[in-house]
Design a protein. Structure first.
Length: 158
């Protein structure tokens, strides 16, 4: 029964992440972080502020903002704050690499620039990116993928 409750809770959070992006105009990083921030004791305002500069590939089309939001959430759950704890740092980096690889397997890349350079999709692509351009995988879908990976990780760690 516990897993069913968690699944429902996380499915709702994934939907909230997409809604944050599509309807509320949040950037991709904000959309992901906001959907889960309360689990870590952050207010909506704090979530918005801490992730504000990280949308659209940190504003310069580098690492995808949705992926960065996922990384922030995993860091909040698994991150290490002890000085010189190399094993913990290494474990975090390995987990980060695993999640980046999983994200790239579903989207085709990890950098916003590369993701936006993928061939355009057909007219049935449901939503454009922030600039109104249609891509093979629209940005709202990248938010959904990142939020789902976060939910899967958090559920596994519960």
């Amino acid at each position: 029964m516990h897993n069913l409750i968690l699944e429902f809770m996380y499915e709702e959070r994934i939907e909230n992440a997409v809604r944050n992006f599509k309807e509320d105009g949040r950037n991709c990083c904000q959309a992901v972080v906001m959907a889960f921030a309360d689990l870590f004791g952050f207010t909506e305002h704090q979530a918005l502020m801490m992730s504000a500069a990280l949308g659209h590939g940190h504003g310069v089309e580098k690492t995808c903002g949705a992926l960065t939001g996922l990384q922030m959430l995993v860091g909040m759950k698994k991150g290490n704050f002890e000085k010189n704890n190399r094993p913990a740092h290494k474990a975090m980096y390995m987990l980060d690499k695993e999640l980046m690889d999983r994200y790239a397997a579903q989207t085709g890349a990890t950098d916003c620039h590369d993701l936006l350079a993928l061939p355009p999709a057909g007219p049935d692509t449901p939503n454009p990116d922030a600039e109104g351009n249609y891509h093979l995988i629209p940005c709202w879908k990248k938010v959904e993928i990142a939020a789902r990976l976060a939910a899967e990780y958090l559920e596994k760690e519960a």
